[in-house]
Design a protein around this ligand. Sequence first.
Ligand SMILES: [Zn+2]
Ligand SMILES: [Zn+2]
Length: 90
Amino acid sequence: MNLLEQIIATEAKLAQLRQQLAAAPCAEVGHRWKHVGGANAGCGPDCGCSVPVHRCEACGDCDYGENEEAREKLAACAAERAETGEVDAA
Ligand SMILES: [Zn+2]
Ligand SMILES: [Zn+2]
């Protein structure tokens, strides 16, 4: 592996660790996060998007819809609205 490849691999590992840290300490100790329903994404007045909400089965922590899936949904919705011209693409 050359140096550049090592840097790329290390950065990928770092990104993965940062993601794990965001969910810590639950993830560190092996808590399981359970899907507990949906919340309104709140991306617009005419928008009915909902995002998944998860809660830790062990300590009751809740992500309130702050997760990767929600970000993807919001991005997709914003893109769709920009396309249909319902919203000014700022
Ligand atoms: Zn937990
Ligand atoms: Zn939406």
